[in-house]
Design a protein. Structure first.
Ligand SMILES: Nc1nc2c(ncn2[C@@H]2O[C@H](COP(=O)(O)OP(=O)(O)O)[C@@H](O)[C@H]2O)c(=O)[nH]1
Ligand SMILES: [Mg+2]
Length: 408
């Protein structure tokens, strides 16, 4: 299962920032001098304080860091085959079979819950595609219906054509005759098409790792940042947020709520210039030894030239505060907008050079095929996908999981 983030391993313990102490709250410093064995690094307490968060799902999601790349949580869980053999060899004491039977695959429960949510979310998109295979024959009509269904799902002409060709090739090769077998071949073809989009978001190579988040209004930028911040905080990452959506007070407040919940710091400025806020935030992040700085920006359409210029400026200015930053330029797109989302990927990529995507609102949409279009036409990595408003509704993207959930 893909971990939420991959953490770049440093060989040195941790580069303690020299200016640290000045940032510590008064009370903490006093306490420190009064208690002899004080913790040496200036780990700013408010930032690190473990969020008293809903324990189960996300904690489990974050913990196994890339270590166990279980390829796919296959549909049939190989769970409890242990019981039967034990019963048959009644006289034999339990230990023997236990040693022989490998431990049940650690398919983590949270990921199974995720598969269910993903499947439910994609039902509208997948239903019409899967129904193509409900008949008994594999003929031209099936392929025509499939073409139509894929186009309706906003997979786009190119990905649709690719998938049809690929499917026909596979059917010929395997001599499949059963529509359900053909459906399984389509899962394979789709998973392969989507595979290049699969990539983990890496944190820790730079200190801080600076991310800039962009997109149109209402795509889910602030919500996604909030969710990511929670996950990062739970992985003991010190996050600092920059409220660079300075247009609306409500936008600042919304980010502030997420910052409070995750107990992380936020830099905002009433009516400030978004580039200046971002600049300050990166500088503050460096001074405070933050691991990650995330800048939330105001929504804009790629056709609004002056607003796109403003984003370029924010990007430039972040680079002045820290060489090589921003390390990530993330576009958040509303998956519900289908082909429109693809156009946004192209336009924002051309203006800013995107490093990754977050595709939200795949719940309840009939246009989830857009990921196939993105894979075929502008394969920017999809770091996360969202199927709802709750914290656990944002997860890493797995090509095979997606293909399976879609055509379940
Ligand atoms: N159904 C659903 N709603 C989402 C998802 N992600 C975000 N939202 C909602 O979309 C709305 C706009 O989100 P917001 O983060 O404010 O968008 P922004 O303008 O890009 O910052 C909010 O009501 C969110 O709760 C998702 O994956 N599924
Ligand atoms: Mg916002």
């Amino acid at each position: 299962m893909p971990a939420m983030f991959s953490f770049f391993k440093k060989s040195a313990p941790a580069p303690a920032p020299a200016e640290g102490p000045e940032l510590l709250p008064e009370g903490w410093v006093v306490k420190k001098s009064s208690t002899p064995p004080a913790p040496p690094p200036p780990a700013a307490p408010p930032v690190v304080a473990p969020a008293p968060a809903p324990a189960l799902p996300q904690a489990a999601v974050v913990t196994p860091p890339a270590a166990v790349p279980v390829p796919t949580p296959g549909p049939a869980p190989v769970a409890p085959p242990a019981a039967a053999p034990v019963m048959v060899r009644a006289p034999v004491p339990a230990p023997a079979p236990v040693a022989v039977v490998p431990p049940p695959a650690p398919t983590p429960a949270p990921r199974q819950g995720w598969m269910e949510r993903l499947r439910a979310g994609l039902r509208k998109t997948g239903g019409s595609i899967a129904s193509v295979f409900s008949g008994t024959k594999i003929d031209d009509q099936l392929y025509e219906e499939l073409e139509e269904a894929l186009l309706m799902a906003d997979a786009g002409v190119k990905a649709t054509q690719f998938l049809l060709d690929e499917l026909k090739r596979r059917v010929k090769e395997t001599r499949a005759t059963d529509p359900q077998a053909v459906r399984a071949l389509l899962v394979d073809a789709l998973a392969e098409l989507l595979a290049p989009l699969e990539k983990g978001l890496e944190v820790g190579r730079h200190t801080p790792t600076v991310m800039m988040v962009v997109g149109v209004n209402g795509a889910g930028k602030t919500t996604s940042i909030g969710k990511l911040t929670r996950h990062l905080a739970e992985a003991d990452q010190r996050v600092l947020l920059a409220a660079a959506d300075t247009f609306r007070a409500a936008a600042r407040e919304q980010l502030g709520v997420w910052a409070d919940r995750a107990k992380v710091e936020i830099i905002s400025q009433e009516g400030g210039d978004p580039a200046a806020v971002s600049f300050d935030a990166v500088n503050a992040g460096r001074a405070r030894g933050a691991d990650v700085v995330i800048a939330d920006t105001a929504g804009r359409l790629p056709t609004q030239i002056h607003l796109m210029e403003e984003l370029k400026k924010i990007k430039r200015v972040i680079g002045k505060a820290q060489e090589g930053a921003p390390h990530e330029v993330l576009l958040v797109v509303d998956g519900n907008t289908g082909q429109n989302a693809l156009n946004q990927v192209k336009a924002f990529d051309e203006a800013l050079g995107l490093t990754g995507l977050v595709v939200t609102k795949l719940d309840g949409t009939a246009k989830g095929g857009v990921l196939a279009a993105i894979a075929r036409e502008r394969p920017v990595p999809v770091y996360f996908i969202g199927v709802g408003e709750k914290l656990e509704d944002l997860e890493t993207f797995s090509a095979r999981e997606f293909a399976q959930a879609l055509l379940a």
